[in-house]
Design a protein around this ligand. Structure first.
Ligand code: ADP
Length: 387
């Protein structure tokens, strides 16, 4: 079964054609600068397709040029916000599209773009089955004590202000692969998954389900990230508001100018590690803050899951930065965690154990693959509908 996986952003469209049975990528690409150009007619500079429909034409042309004639069985969309309604991937129809649209206020940068991608496909291929795979869905199993903020109830009932969690597709996929690596049925997997990319979140898994996660109402809460602050005292925002900062100023500062970038002047973990090794004090502080904050979450989630059976690192930093993994692990001695220096330093694309035999629990590196997870979920939904 061939599935086209679409990750539609406001000005970009990322795609992959996947052979689900083989687990392989047949082709992939990225269309950028959507809505910023003139589509190629007219005499101005050609900088991009006019809209998502035109971007999709480019995707279609690129796929056919690359692969010749082929029959796509379905399209799987990464959708950022599924609100309280969506706990599973779903087959898209008009009602579902409108439901995703109604969640726009909760994800104003992402859901409108996801809907544009869905509508572009509906228009071009009206008969094509489309499946929405939500970033929030895996976290619908959070118990109320984990998703409630301690604020007046109206904020939840009138505005939907609660913790939702994100990166769910990755956390779920990595949970399954980690359980498999440990030879455990996924229902018996209790552990902590640290997804550390530009965006970063950590999830507490009990019995294979998400019971807590560090991102909340938006992807800003929790860990120190590439350019996002993660947790801070909300009074800082009030203080800045009183000092004349606008909501947009505060939003930009917290989402784009904070995190590693705010602390070290650079949002790329590789550069920050190199700078710290070369003696840069700001970079060293950034690493210390970032690793300490993650270690505190891991300690907390060890409690949340009733004793983790494994700690798992994934995504760009989690999979590749042995230095950062070591900084986190050295703060986890109280949990009996001990990394194996040689195994930790090894480079590999395979899921693997990087702790010593004496470590109280195994520490794993498990590469994530959100597109693969979306393609598999899409195929499963389409097959169940046709069954
Ligand atoms: P995104 O959230 O955008 O998908 P990624 O999962 O690609 O992000 O992670 C990006 C982060 O991974 C960056 O901070 C980058 O420096 C880091 N990273 C990628 N490759 C390496 C590497 N070989 N060593 C250390 N860090 C790496």
């Amino acid at each position: 079964m061939l599935v086209l996986v679409i990750n539609s952003g406001s000005s970009s469209l990322k795609y992959q054609v996947r052979d689900v049975a083989a687990g392989s990528v047949l082709t992939e690409g990225l269309i950028e600068k959507i809505g910023m150009g003139n589509g190629g007619d007219g005499d101005g500079e050609i900088v991009g397709p006019r809209d998502h429909a035109e971007a999709l034409e480019q995707v279609d042309a690129a796929i056919h040029q690359e692969l010749g004639d082929l029959e796509l069985a379905a399209v799987g969309h990464r959708v950022v916000h599924g609100g309280e309604r969506f706990a599973e991937p779903v087959l898209i129809d008009n009602e579902i599209t409108r439901a995703i649209e109604r969640l726009n206020p909760l994800a104003p940068l992402h859901n409108p773009a996801n809907v544009l991608g869905i509508r572009a496909i509906t228009k071009k291929w009206p008969e094509m089955p489309q499946v929405a795979v939500f970033d929030t869905a895996f976290h619908r199993t959070l118990p109320e004590h984990a998703w409630r903020y301690a604020v007046p109830g109206e904020l939840y009932t009138d505005h939907g202000i609660r913790r939702y969690g994100f990166h769910g597709t990755s956390h779920e996929y990595v949970t399954r692969r980690a359980a498999a690596l440990l030879d455990l049925p996924v229902e018996e997997f209790d552990g902590v998954i640290a997804h550390l990319g530009n965006g970063a979140s950590v999830t507490a898994i009990r019995g294979g389900h998400s019971v807590d996660t560090s991102m909340g109402f938006t992807p800003l809460e929790g860990l120190v990230m590439g350019t996002r602050s993660g947790d801070l005292d909300p009074s800082i925002l009030v203080f800045l508001g009183r000092a004349g900062w606008t909501p947009e100023d505060i939003d930009t500062m917290l989402n784009r100018e904070s995190g590693l970038k705010g602390l070290a002047g650079n949002n790329d973990m590789r550069s920050v590690v190199e700078a710290a090794e070369a003696g840069d004090a700001k970079a060293a502080t950034a690493l210390a803050v970032t690793s300490y904050r993650l270690a505190k979450y891991i300690g907390g989630y060890h409690v949340a899951v009733g004793g983790a059976k494994a700690l798992v690192f994934t995504a760009g930093i989690g999979e590749n930065s042995h230095q950062f993994r070591a900084l986190v692990a050295e703060k986890l001695g109280a949990l009996g965690i001990q990394l194996h220096a040689g195994l930790n330093a090894e480079r590999s694309k395979e899921p693997r154990v990087i702790s010593t035999l004496q470590s109280a629990i195994p520490v794993l590196v498990v590469p994530t693959d959100e597109e693969r997870a979306i393609a598999e979920a899409t195929a499963a939904v389409v097959s169940s509908v046709h069954a």
